[in-house]
Design a protein around this ligand. Sequence first.
Ligand SMILES: Nc1ncnc2c1ncn2[C@@H]1O[C@H](COP(=O)(O)OP(=O)(O)OP(=O)(O)O)[C@@H](O)[C@H]1O
Ligand SMILES: [Mg+2]
Length: 306
Amino acid sequence: MTMVEFREVSKKFGKVEALKNISFTIPEKTVTAFLGPNGAGKTTSMKLVMGFLKPTKGVVFVWGEEPWRSEGVRSRIGYLPERPVYPMDIAVENFLNHLAKLKKLSKIDVNRVIRLVGLENLVDRKIGTLSRGYIQRVGIAQSLLGDPELLILDEPTANLDPSARREIIELLKTLHKELKVSMIISSHIIPELQEIANYAVIINSGIALEYGYLNDLWRKYEIEAIFIIKTVDVEAAARILIDKSYVHYVKKVSNSLEVSIDPEHYKSFENLLTELSGLIKNYTFKTASLGDLYEKVVKSGSQESV
Ligand SMILES: Nc1ncnc2c1ncn2[C@@H]1O[C@H](COP(=O)(O)OP(=O)(O)OP(=O)(O)O)[C@@H](O)[C@H]1O
Ligand SMILES: [Mg+2]
């Protein structure tokens, strides 16, 4: 079922046209990577989904309703803004209690989100004394108040060091698994979204260049996962592997086999290699990358417009 639909949406700020007749859909229960360079229109799109902005032209539907008109829709969405501002002198728990009150929620709800994001031991700390990674957890905690069905996270890992970024991605993965919450996550740092996203919307200069399930996009843009396999019998191994429907090709490269497969089948392929342990000595592989996809989409987009 469609969760979000942009139908020929334009958004102008004075003379600046942030979105130009953009159309895309996002299905229910996905984790969507929202990709695009600075000024592409990611934040503007997210604010339209939140109902903070109203389209200049066209319609945004979320669960079949227009968010700017519908308090009901807005209450089902949690939002982590791009540059959140927090009261630095206030303790974590007091801040969340305050927000909970505004949303007519109880302390039980606050304790729940504190637990979900792993802030149990820091509830009495003033927000200003926390590391950036932990401040971001406060932001994620507030976005989870009210048990939203959709979380919109605008660059949740921006300005964090690599280990804090990892932790935030791990946390989001866990939240998606435990709460079954849909997510739309924007980021510049593309590879880190790869392990959590199963859907992507790629925008550039206010238009959607591409959108869809990653499994479909890998195929459409001919992005493969490649295995390099060392085997005791190159011919025998090649015969078995080429038989699989998801194998694109098997190539002999010196004493090894190079095998290209549909990225979505890499788990079953690994299982097969394990089963063939008598024949296969070892293997390495390179997964399909969201970065490769992004580059191919942007390249084919610019070719089309020439
Ligand atoms: N309130 C506003 N007033 C004027 N122009 C705006 C406003 N908000 C956004 N814009 C402009 O709209 C365009 C899209 O901005 P937006 O913030 O949506 O991009 P973004 O993809 O989120 O970029 P970034 O990666 O830098 O966060 C930019 O040219 C921006 O300057
Ligand atoms: Mg932005």
